[in-house]
Design a protein around this ligand. Structure first.
Ligand code: IDP
Ligand code: MG
Length: 147
C-alpha cells in the first residue's frame, strides 16, 4: 500500500490592491503584467474606489497607529484595482514580489522598488497571512465574482 502525503502549510490564494498612486501614475498594466509573469493567476478583479469609511474598516488593524488617518485618506483618495490571486504559496511569494513596506528598503526588481515613491504611497498591497487573505478577499468580492 502506498501512502502519499502532500504536506504543505500553504494556501493558494492572496489578495492585492494597486493603490491610488499606482493607478494615478498609470502603472496598472505594468503591475498586472509583472504579477502574471511571476506566475500568479487573477481569479477576481475590480476597479473601484474606497470611501473613507470603507478604507478605515479595511485597515482597522492599524487604528491608533500614527499613520492611520493619513493611510485612510490616501487609500480613499482615488481609484484602486483590487484582485484575488492564485498560486502555490501565494501569500509568501506575493509579499516577496512586492518588497518591503518602505520602497527605499525594497529589493531591486520588486514592485515597490520599481513603482513606489514613498512609504505612505507604496503602490501595492499584499495580504500578510492566509487568514487575512481570506478576510480581505471577502471584503471586496462575493462568491459570484471569483473564478
Ligand atoms: P504592508 O503594506 O507592507 O503590509 P503594513 O505595516 O501592514 O505594511 O502597513 C499598511 C500600510 O500602511 C503600508 O502599506 C503603508 O502604506 C502604510 N504605512 C505603514 N507604515 C507606515 C509609516 O511608518 N508611515 C506611513 N505609512 C505607513
Ligand atoms: Mg500589512
Amino acid at each position: 500500500m502506498q501512502i502519499l502525503i502532500n504536506y504543505k502549510m500553504t494556501t493558494n490564494k492572496t489578495f492585492t490592491m494597486i493603490k491610488p498612486d499606482g493607478v494615478a501614475n498609470q502603472h496598472i498594466g505594468s503591475i498586472l503584467n509583472d504579477i502574471t509573469a511571476a506566475g500568479f493567476k487573477i481569479v477576481a478583479m475590480k476597479y473601484t474606489q474606497l470611501s473613507a469609511e470603507m478604507a478605515g474598516k479595511f485597515y482597522a488593524v492599524h487604528a491608533g497607529r500614527p499613520f492611520y488617518n493619513d493611510l485612510v485618506s490616501f487609500m480613499s483618495s482615488g481609484p484602486i484595482v483590487a484582485a484575488i490571486l492564485e498560486k502555490d504559496n501565494a501569500v509568501e511569494d506575493f509579499r516577496t514580489l512586492i518588497g518591503a513596506t518602505d520602497p527605499a528598503k525594497a529589493d531591486v526588481g520588486t514592485l515597490r522598488n520599481k513603482y513606489a515613491k514613498s512609504i505612505d504611497a507604496n503602490t501595492v498591497h499584499g495580504s500578510d497571512s492566509n487568514e487575512n487573505a481570506e478576510i480581505e478577499g471577502n471584503f471586496y468580492f462575493t462568491a459570484f465574482e471569483r473564478f
